[in-house]
Design a protein around this ligand. Sequence first.
Ligand SMILES: Cc1cc2nc3c(=O)[nH]c(=O)nc-3n(C[C@H](O)[C@H](O)[C@H](O)COP(=O)(O)OP(=O)(O)OC[C@H]3O[C@@H](n4cnc5c(N)ncnc54)[C@H](O)[C@@H]3O)c2cc1C
Ligand code: SF4
Length: 328
Amino acid sequence: MNRFGYAKPNAVPDAIRQHGPQTHFIAGGTNLLDLMKENVERPEQLIDVNGLPLREIETTPEGGLRIGALVKNAEVAYHPEVQRRYPLLAKAILAGASPQLRNMASTGGNLLQRTRCYYFYDVGTPCNKREPGSGCGAREGQNRIHAILGHSEQCIATHPSDMCVALAALQAKVEVSGPQGDRVIDFADFHRLPGDTPERDTNLEADELITAVTLPAESLAAHSAYLKIRDRASYAFALVSVAAALELDGERFKQVRVALGGVAHKPWRLPEAEQALVGQVADKAAFGQLADRLLQGAQGFAHNSFKIELARRAIVRALTEAAGGTLQ
Ligand SMILES: Cc1cc2nc3c(=O)[nH]c(=O)nc-3n(C[C@H](O)[C@H](O)[C@H](O)COP(=O)(O)OP(=O)(O)OC[C@H]3O[C@@H](n4cnc5c(N)ncnc54)[C@H](O)[C@@H]3O)c2cc1C
Ligand code: SF4
């Protein structure tokens, strides 16, 4: 690990002002410190954001929920309003990591956690995300955990978060502050596909600070499910995960939202495919139709093609579960 400076401001404008080149914000440290220990990240300055007043969960004027960037993952998952109105989010968070990690990990940090691609963490191997232009070790290497959708020549990594898959389905927004002022980013536009710039995971600028995540009033709480398929029953990242949230009118779809995790560089959604189901009977044929649309163009590599059929089955199962009513 390299030597670095450290500051702990207690106001958002100070944190932004102190951000310079080779600077990183740090919250729970559960991802950044690992990356520093492996020499993947070598910041010259850390700005500890834990002194900032970003720890509230509050109702928005529109009737939604605003979750401060420093609220711990465990606090979000066990908050009574989240459990009652956004059970999908609570379930996704509790499907991730371990109790100890969830007690440390913050809302903002979860959004910005880096990929779990083995080559990204191993500085002795080529990786375009870590070192642009060096190549991609995973393409011809071990790629069991890698993407089947939206990948590029340069990078086939996946985004590892569970929480983000639920936030995508819930159509959350991300509030950020930076030197140019405040802005709000739709969750669908927050993370990026790798394209020719795999070193960039998100559309957040390096000197911008996440201040909160907001959830809309509409929560689709009655019919939701989070299904995570992984190699171990706990403490493992998703091979495939599905966040499904429905609104039903009798036996027909009124609203459909499905987001996939573990399959792409960002939570994968296809709003036009969801829209095509509105008015249809919510049965297995319709679930299969949506799965086919979501997985259209999926392409696996030497060790991960199994994910295509796995994802198809997981989508149908999650939708079946959601249609039956949210499990308590
Ligand atoms: C062994 C292990 C297993 C795990 N399993 C899972 C799992 O199954 N599912 C899952 O979803 N996650 C899992 N995680 C990941 C964990 O959820 C993340 O490490 C955690 O959410 C990151 O939050 P943090 O506050 O610790 O971020 P940090 O490590 O502090 O920061 C991560 C990144 O976010 C930036 N950052 C932090 N806060 C802000 C902010 N407010 N504004 C701007 N930038 C910011 C930092 O600069 C850094 O780049 C696992 C982690 C470990 C170590
Ligand atoms: S998949 Fe992406 S993160 Fe992994 S080695 Fe290739 S470029 Fe690096």
